[in-house]
Design a protein around this ligand. Structure first.
Ligand SMILES: [Mn+2]
Length: 426
């Protein structure tokens, strides 16, 4: 299904007066303080986040999985779902494919469909954490780090295959996340595992097209519970540096131990020009994969504050690949993604309001109270009218969640696709 522009306009009509009042009030207040509201709106509109192809169905835990019905059962339907989210939010102009779950059958048809919905193909993701049916070698004890050369070679050629698929779609980066590690002390030789991983990544990197990037993701634990080979940003950065200029670290918000200072990690990586990608989600305990901003919105703002600072001050760091990496166990996946996109835009807009000049002076003068005031003044501003205006300017919905519900989109998807469809993925 596709949402017609007129349907969105009808939904907007009911809220337009309230929006106009709120926007005028905020816009005047910001202009009086010297902000350039038009530039802020443009930045918000330009900020696009990729939706991963595995996030459009119900996510499961190891205890069970509960369907939302009308889930997309093939790649075409997944792209259509991203198109639905994008037409409402105007923020989800890209999809990130997971191989082998979403290998296109007809490349030109897939590209045409994505093009018509204004969806680009972002980073492609390899998968060496599961065994492919009838695969010769098993990844049970690791992939790129495995002690067996045959296993490593199989994992390397899978990544090279993923690059080829991405090239046909117009992707420009490969994301590598390894589940490799160990569950028990003594199971792995740390040094051998790291050396094998570095060698394998270098082999993949050697076949990377000139205009491509390799993004190396890290994670401290899970599915291995004693050690992971790429456990933290330092290990990822070391491997990226070993591979070369076009290899970067990818930060996933959920891939940190509790209370890690993620904003400081972001800042350091951008200073070194090595932050290549970003995965959004939120968590309370570990890699919970919850809706962005649902648990720690202030932490998200502080992270965005560093991202905005880096974007403005670190030309050595390339444009980032943004993606939501969340799972949906109890919410309609599309509603959950809409909420995540709203939280991302909100944190970004608030970070754009941080008075960087005043902050610099307050830092110089060691005025700690003033520093906090500056950050929290920005954080406490209700920026939602700015997000509404940015969407309105691009024919999106004033309130994407309300439009999604009043247009009965899930019900229509169930009617179209049936109740018992299951999306491939986690
Ligand atoms: Mn991730």
């Amino acid at each position: 299904m596709k949402i017609d522009k007129n349907q969105i306009q009808d939904c907007n009509q009911k809220r337009i007066d309230e929006h106009s009042n709120n926007f005028d009030f905020l816009s005047n207040a910001l202009s009086r303080k010297g902000y350039d509201v038009e530039t802020i709106l443009k930045k918000i509109s330009d900020f696009q986040v990729a939706i991963p192809s595995w996030a459009l169905g119900a996510g499961g835990t190891r205890f069970g999985r509960f369907s939302f019905y009308g889930e997309p059962s093939n790649l075409e339907q997944k792209i259509e779902d991203v198109g639905l989210i994008h037409s409402l939010t105007k923020t989800a102009g890209a999809i990130s494919l997971h191989i082998p779950w979403d290998v296109p059958k007809d490349y030109s048809a897939i590209k045409q469909l994505a093009n018509a919905l204004e969806i680009k193909f972002d980073a492609v993701n390899s998968n060496t954490f599961q065994d492919k049916q009838n695969a010769k070698e098993s990844y049970k004890y690791g992939s790129l780090s495995n002690t067996s050369k045959a296993v490593r070679d199989q994992a390397i050629s899978h990544n090279q295959e993923v690059i080829k698929i991405g090239e046909k779609l117009g992707s420009k980066s490969l994301t590598v996340w390894l589940a490799d590690g160990s569950c028990f002390p003594g199971q792995n030789n740390f040094q051998t595992a790291l050396q094998n991983t570095e060698r394998s990544l270098k082999e993949i990197y050697a076949t990377l097209p000139e205009d491509w990037r390799m993004l190396i993701e890290y994670k401290p634990y899970e599915p291995n519970f004693y050690s992971t080979v790429i456990q933290d940003w330092g290990t990822s950065l070391m491997l990226a540096n070993a591979c070369g200029k076009r290899a970067y670290t990818l930060v996933d918000l959920g891939h940190h131990l509790p209370n890690s200072n993620i904003e400081q990690i972001v800042s350091t990586l951008m200073l070194k020009g090595k932050l290549g990608g970003f995965h959004f989600n939120d968590s309370k305990y570990g890699d919970d994969d919850l809706t962005v901003g649902s648990i720690k919105p202030y932490a998200l703002f502080l992270i965005f504050n560093e991202l905005v600072y880096g974007i403005e001050n670190n030309p050595q760091n390339p444009a980032l690949a943004w993606m939501i990496d969340a799972s949906h166990n109890v919410k309609d996946p599309l509603e959950d993604l809409i909420q995540s996109l709203e939280a991302i835009q909100e944190a970004y807009a608030k970070a754009l309001l941080v008075d960087q000049e005043a902050l610099k002076i307050a830092q110089q003068e060691n005025d700690v109270v003033k520093c906090q005031e500056i950050l929290q003044n920005a954080y406490r501003t209700d920026v939602r009218p700015l997000l509404e205006k940015a969407r309105l300017n691009s024919d999106g919905a004033l309130s994407p969640i309300n439009a999604y519900r009043s247009l009965n989109i899930r019900q229509q998807l169930i009617q179209e696709r049936g109740k018992n469809t299951v999306a491939t993925g986690l």
